[in-house]
Design a protein around this ligand. Structure first.
Ligand SMILES: NC(=O)C1=CN([C@@H]2O[C@H](COP(=O)(O)OP(=O)(O)OC[C@H]3O[C@@H](n4cnc5c(N)ncnc54)[C@H](OP(=O)(O)O)[C@@H]3O)[C@@H](O)[C@H]2O)[C@H](O)CC1
Ligand SMILES: Cc1cc2nc3c(=O)[nH]c(=O)nc-3n(C[C@H](O)[C@H](O)[C@H](O)COP(=O)(O)O)c2cc1C
Ligand SMILES: Cc1ncc(COP(=O)(O)O)c(C=O)c1O
Ligand SMILES: [K+]
Length: 550
């Protein structure tokens, strides 16, 4: 299929025309543009690299190396950055180690879900790299993993004995080298290599030579092996030369490398699928001084993916949902109460925009269309959202006043479907809501001829600017006639709670028939909605208890 392209402007939802030649010069379909444009199934977004502004400064700067815009440090530079952080910049080793260990744990959690990779062995060395491993083990415990620790050469400093006590207080088992099984693959899902970091030199001495060999023996990510645990190396794959990497080619081959502060030179030789950066504590002064180019961390994350994104087999992407049981006898009689309860759960879980819902409409041509809108109110009268009445959805709703709403609360493994008939809300209600919005959004609603083609972004921006000036005096911005709310009055709800092996819980509420007639006058659902097929007064069944792949 040959596709034409209509770009969508960012500020408004009007479209602007864009050259179609993009498909002539780049013979790709929208689908492969999509898959090549998005790096990974993991939650980290595309990498944006930030660099210090000035040129190279300081004595060591000339040896800071970049590969694809990201800086790599030599061993000496890494040690010096460390010293600067802990000297003039006032950090303590405890602080940095805590943040480093947390970065390692969050990187692991981004890729290896505790439901599948639960048993973690952290092998910790005598220095700070080992300390990072101890901290990571503690965080992993709190994230739902089952950690074990092998810490054969303990350091007698209070920082380290404190970390050990903390782990012991969580009943995390410490295993001696002798207690480790010959073959680590049966007992662990993740092996955290926290033996050596950037101060490693020479050849590994006992007992670490043997431990490194255990990792070498069991794992080579290039070989497809069933049931092989993954290796996550902290900062440096232990045994590798800090700058040259795996010189003899016989070292460990981690699946994941979590570089700390900035990757060291050996990381250029890392060819495993998951390279992350952690240690979100580098002040601009350090980045500037050492001319560090580092990726931006997304949102509030403690880690960011760097390096090539892994090749994704989309067909293999799946989650096994593990949730508390959602039972018929636990639900509310009124689906609205259950909706509110689940909405509160989504808020409490800190989900982003839990009020975002997919709205599906069909016009008289019967062709469905869906888009996201924001729920702005829910009560006995129904579910309310606001939009442009002249948009595609507005046109379709005028032709066919029935719609479906869909909420998906990732993280809670929950989905709610709501279907019903739709009416415009009153002008007064729309007025009131319109004026509660930020002034920028009010102007945006005037500017945006939603779902129409416009000549370019500049037109929108120009109109926006003019209106901004016009209404700069804090006066009322008039609501355009074509902007307002809709209210969907539900006639069907389905609450879905994901469960293991695709045997999900699905409960459907549909209107009860009284004397052979459907109740139709609101507010009726608190009384007359029923969960299909439990004996009255409230009936309930797992609707369509469904084949396992539903
Ligand atoms: N700012 C940061 O980047 C931070 C990094 N952190 C982590 O700290 C490590 C570096 O820690 P450091 O203590 O300097 O060094 P190591 O953990 O690499 O290990 C040093 C110990 O290892 C011994 N060692 C060295 N070589 C060998 C060997 N061939 N065989 C056996 N033992 C060896 C060494 O003993 P020596 O007697 O040989 O000196 C030390 O006992 C960094 O990589 C990060 O992971 C911080 O946690 C946070 C800030
Ligand atoms: C999370 C999210 C929330 C949105 N909320 C609204 C909204 O409340 N109202 C709205 O008109 N458009 C909203 N949009 C934009 C719509 O998805 C859509 O692009 C626009 O309304 C035009 O749709 P149409 O051409 O199908 O009518 C939202 C988009 C997203 C991603
Ligand atoms: C075009 C459009 N209209 C309305 C909204 C809802 O915005 P508000 O929360 O300001 O009503 C959104 C939200 O993304 C939107 O994109
Ligand atoms: K390591």
């Amino acid at each position: 299929m040959i596709w034409s392209l209509l770009g969508q402007a960012p500020v408004s939802l009007a479209y602007y025309k864009s050259s179609l030649s993009i498909y002539k010069t780049k013979p790709s379909t929208p689908l492969n543009r999509f898959s090549s444009g998005f790096p990974a199934p993991i939650s980290t977004p595309a990498i944006r690299v930030f660099c210090s502004k000035s040129g190279r400064v300081g004595s060591m700067a000339s040896s800071v190396q970049n590969q694809g815009s990201i800086s790599y440090l030599t061993q000496r530079e890494a040690a010096e950055v460390d010293e600067t952080l802990m000297g003039p910049l006032g950090f303590s080793v405890d602080q940095l180690m805590e943040l480093a260990g947390l970065s390692v744990a969050t990187s692991i959690a981004e890729v290896y879900k505790p439901s599948e990779y639960n048993r973690v062995l952290a092998i910790c060395g005598p220095g700070n790299n080992g300390g990072d491993g101890l901290v990571a083990a503690r965080h992993l415990y709190h994230f739902g993993y089952k950690p074990f620790v092998c810490y054969p050469k303990r350091t007698q400093k209070p920082l380290y004995s404190g970390l050990v006590t903390q782990l012991e207080s969580l009943s995390i088992p410490f295993l001696s080298v002798n207690e480790l099984p010959m073959d680590l693959s049966k007992d662990f899902d993740i092996l955290v290599d926290a033996m050596f970091g950037f101060s490693f030199h020479g050849a590994p001495r006992p007992p670490f030579d043997e431990l490194i060999q255990k990792l070498v023996n069991l794992h080579n990510y290039e070989q497809v092996q069933q049931k092989s645990p993954v290796i996550v190396s902290v900062d440096i794959p232990s045994g590798w030369h800090v700058e040259e990497g795996d010189v003899g080619g016989e070292g460990i081959k981690p699946d994941m490398l979590v570089s700390l502060t900035a990757p060291k030179l050996c990381a250029k030789k890392f060819s495993g699928p998951h390279h992350f950066l952690g240690g979100r504590f580098v002040p601009p002064a350090i980045a500037e001084k050492y001319k560090l180019c580092l990726p931006q961390y997304p949102g509030t994350s403690m880690c960011v993916r760097i390096g090539k994104p892994p090749q994704i087999d989309i067909s293999a992407l799946r989650e096994n949902y593990i949730s508390p049981e959602f039972r018929e006898d636990q639900v509310e009689a009124d689906p609205l109460d259950l909706f509110r309860k689940w909405f509160d759960d989504a808020m409490t879980a800190g989900l982003k925009e839990p009020n975002a819902m997919a709205l599906s409409t069909t016009g008289k041509d019967g062709k469905p269309s869906s888009r996201m809108v924001l729920l702005k109110g829910v009560d006995k009268g129904g579910f309310v959202w606001y939009t442009n009445y002249e948009s595609q959805k507005g046109r379709e709703l005028s032709e066919n006043p029935h719609a479906s709403l869909l909420f998906y609360w990732d993280g809670l493994n929950r989905q709610v479907r709501v279907e019903g008939s739709v009416q415009k809300v009153s002008e007064e209600e729309s007025e009131q809501y319109f004026h509660s919005r930020p002034r920028g959004s009010q102007i945006g609603a005037i500017v945006s001829k939603q779902s129409t083609v416009v000549p370019g972004r500049h037109v929108l921006h120009q109109q926006y600017k003019e209106l901004e000036e016009k209404y700069s005096n804090e006066g009322l911005i008039p609501k355009p006639k074509h902007w307002g709310g809709y209210r969907l009055q539900p006639n069907r709800f389905e609450f879905w709670q994901g469960q293991t092996s695709r045997l999900h819980d699905r409960l459907e509420y549909s209107p009860q028939e009284i004397d052979g007639k459907r109740s139709s006058s609101p507010p009726w659902f608190s009384q007359t909605f029923q969960l299909t097929s439990i004996p009255l007064p409230i009936t309930c069944k797992k609707s369509k208890q469904i084949n396992p792949e539903d």
